[in-house]
Design a protein around this ligand. Sequence first.
Ligand code: AMP
Ligand code: MG
Length: 391
Amino acid sequence: MISEEEARRKILEAVGFLPSRRLPLSKALGSFAAEDCFARLPLPTFDNSAMDGYAVVASSFTKGARLRVTGEQPAGPDRRLRISPGEAVRIFTGAPVPQMADSIVMQEDVTREGNEILVNTDVKVGEFIRRCGCDLAEGQRILAKGERLGATTIALLASQGIAEVMVGGEVKAAIVSTGDELVKAGGKLEPGQIYESNSALLRALLERCGGIVKSEEHCRDERESLMDAIENGIKNHILIISGGVSVGEHDLVKDALHELGAPLAIWRVAIKPGKPFLFGQLNECAVFGLPGNPVSAFVTFLQFVRPAILKLMGATNLTLPRVPAKLTVDLTNDSDRAHYIRGKLEHGKFTPVGRQESHALFGLSQSNALLRVARGQSLKADEIVDVHIWD
Ligand code: AMP
Ligand code: MG
């Protein structure tokens, strides 16, 4: 049995980056930048009005002044207007500021009388002008290599006139669930059978990471069919097998991989739930064997499969987001493995939910955070702990 950290290190050593590709922005959400990107344009790109109102020379008058309106500048092509003291230009949000204007006065603060305005307020120099480059300077880094492209980053790239971006490769995955007791949704349950749920879990988790599920197969606890399923699965970058990795006579995954010539890099990790987790490589495929119990499959996916997928995709940050929370109960881990407690993170407090057993899927479904309690660790209520959250 090896430690979690060592298992993760071995897995991450074994997987590399996939070749990067160029994607239109509209397809890039959730991928990782393959290179740094720098601003080609300052933002705002030119001095412009933050309001609908009048461009004025505020330094030349006080409240109560009458100004002559000499032109109009809507958002759009710059009419290259120029004003002098005593004048105003009708202006709209986003429109370029006329030359010599040093302020915008809101239309709510003036009274329009024919070709003139009466200014009903004090106007400070610089008011309501969005200065060129005040948000972003030309040449500033806007995206770092390995950073995930979210909606707001995509908007920023678009604001630079960038239509395509170089991102990391796309991870193709196969899922194989094993077990004679499993029935697909829609099928009829005979006594002793259960519905298969790990494929649904793993597909959802994979897709949330940005992976593409190329095949999903169920396989009986039978050597030949398992070997066929593995041979099919390894045509992808990763193969996730659920169930059959433990020590029972019906746990055939280890032997099947051995027979196919896959050296097992990892089998059994000091993690609870999830101890029988296995990892090996066959051809170019990273093969993960997750324990069949749903919570074990969930925890081992997040701790071992997710970082590997993210690395393949070119991500810099491979760890789950962590947030500090106040623990609401005492917790002790007297087992020989790190224990991931499922719980609810709400208003900065973490409370364990449901049965903390590896089969307890309902409890898991009610949780939104994991707390890692190290081997032998005791935690007290009201302590501040770091909890892991997932996408
Ligand atoms: P195994 O790892 O194959 O020994 O399975 C451990 C437990 O997980 C058993 O109770 C199985 O019935 C259950 N299990 C295995 N695979 C699945 C699956 N795909 N969906 C739901 N439960 C499963
Ligand atoms: Mg089984």
